[in-house]
Ligand binder design. Structure first.
Ligand code: DC
Length: 224
């Protein structure tokens, strides 16, 4: 028989993993299949990165960045990310913004300033949260924790396809170098490094389709 949770414990599925591991796509399909809300936590870091570039705040100024987060006017509507009421969904996907997001994400002050905004997404009937520290820091009591991996080559190929589809230019060698650098920075930082939670299930998506990865996660969820 299925375990009945107290009503205040809205279920959360966390999906963490390195950049371009397929988290975003897989998380969106899992959320849509279950009728759950979706938190793309990377988008919050990317929005902060975009705002910091606009306001000329240096990526190494952790205190100024944390103040910026406190004042950020962010909304997500029907999958679109808005900054100050203007849709910036495409802009935040640029590689330079992703790299800047990774650089500002090393600051503990920035991460702390973003905690409440992330936890606010936990609403009935449930949440799928994707990022780097969803299972380790933001939702340590998650119902199911998944850590997605894929080889750096498979991830670079996916990112290449995504960027071209979105009309950005992309070069495989640059992408491989950027992915390796970003993996190293996200994994080696002191504040909430990228790593599987002790109780996470790891899924290597290198040879899996989106549907196969989604089926596995939903299968695990129904077993919890
Ligand atoms: O998932 P993404 O590529 O959109 O994330 C962009 C950067 O934001 C990533 O390189 C590191 C940072 N990030 C983070 O530190 N913690 C998260 N939960 C999500 C993203």
């Amino acid at each position: 028989m299925k375990h009945i949770r107290p009503f205040h414990q809205t279920p959360v599925i966390t999906i963490d993993g390195p950049t371009a591991s397929g988290k975003g796509t897989v998380a969106a399909v899992v959320a849509a299949t279950l009728g759950f809300h979706l938190l793309d936590s990377g988008a919050l870091y990317r929005l902060t990165a975009l705002a910091s570039a606009r306001y000329n705040i240096e990526p190494d100024d952790g205190d100024a960045l944390a103040e910026l987060v406190a004042d950020l006017h962010i909304t997500f509507r029907e999958g679109l990310a808005q900054l100050d009421g203007v849709d910036v969904s495409t802009e935040i996907r640029a590689e330079e913004i992703g790299n800047r997001a990774s650089a500002i994400a090393v600051h503990a002050q920035v991460r702390t300033a973003l905690i409440a905004r992330q936890r606010a997404f936990r609403k009935p009937p449930g949440l799928v949260a994707d990022g780097r520290d969803m299972g380790t820091v933001i939702f340590p009591d998650a119902t199911l924790k998944v850590f997605l991996t894929a080889s750096v080559e498979a991830r670079a190929a996916r990112r290449h396809k995504q960027l071209i589809q979105k009309g950005f230019s992309a070069n495989m060698e640059d992408l491989l170098r950027d992915l390796r650098e970003r993996d190293a920075r996200d994994s080696n930082r002191v504040a909430a490094p990228l790593k599987p939670a002790a109780d996470a299930k790891t899924l290597d998506t290198s040879g899996l389709s989106v549907d196969q990865a989604v089926d596995q996660i939903i299968g695990w969820f129904h077993l919890v």
